[in-house]
Ligand binder design. Structure first.
Ligand code: FMN
Length: 195
């Protein structure tokens, strides 16, 4: 698939068909993450592929948290609704060596590397005809999930929920480019051209 098409057509998918995603697709999605650039090639990503029971239990933990914390405004309930219909979910972790080695200066570069890896996963899903949502709402219950999965030395970064799209939404709004460019080189280029 053309890169431009993948970048411009990829959208967050929030409703999924009741259809199985083959395991070899998950393998390909993880391999696409492994090819992302990373600071000092540290490859700070680890992946936990949830089975059906784990996915359901974690979804229920999200609902429970939402009803116990009604005073906190979050989108966790909506994310749980999405996770319920998604066929697969992968939790992305990073090693906790920042805190262990006191190398906190690794932290930002590692998060950037993780973002690159997760975006590769997003694009790979699209390429395979799948849809996904990149979720951070599972972070509200990070400790509960770690206890449940018996993970004690990794930090949760995000969850990717994956399935065949039931509905492809409209493109969500983007800011106009002139709001984003801090110096307007195009304006200056036009000025030079016109004089
Ligand atoms: C770091 C990150 C965290 C996100 N967390 C959530 C989430 O917890 N729940 C959710 O429904 N969508 C989540 N999203 C998806 C965004 O809402 C979505 O990317 C954004 O609205 C733009 O829409 P698009 O992906 O269709 O272009 C997240 C996206 C990113 C990059």
């Amino acid at each position: 698939m053309e890169l431009d098409k993948a970048i411009s057509s990829r959208k967050t998918i929030r409703k999924f068909q009741n259809k199985n995603v083959p395991d070899n697709y998950l393998y390909e999605i993880i391999q696409s993450a492994m090819l992302a650039p990373s600071a000092k090639n540290r490859q700070p990503w680890r992946f936990y592929i949830l089975d059906d029971n784990q996915k359901n239990d974690i979804t229920n933990m999200m609902y429970d948290w939402a009803s116990e914390n009604k005073d906190i405004h979050t989108s966790i309930k909506g994310s749980a609704n999405q996770m319920k219909t998604a066929n697969k979910a992968i939790i992305i972790y990073t090693p906790n060596y920042h805190s262990k080695n006191k190398k906190t200066y690794y932290k930002k570069p590692d998060y950037l590397s993780l973002g690159a890896a997760i975006e590769n996963m997003n694009l790979k899903c699209f390429d395979l005809g799948l849809g996904c949502t990149w979720l951070c709402d599972t972070l509200y219950i990070e400790n509960e999930i770690n206890n449940y999965l018996k993970i004690d030395d990794l930090e949760q970064v995000s969850t990717l929920i994956i399935g065949y799209p039931e509905e492809v939404p409209e493109r969500s709004e983007r800011f106009p480019i002139d709001k984003l460019l801090l110096n307007d080189i195009y304006k200056d280029a036009n000025k030079t051209k016109n004089t």
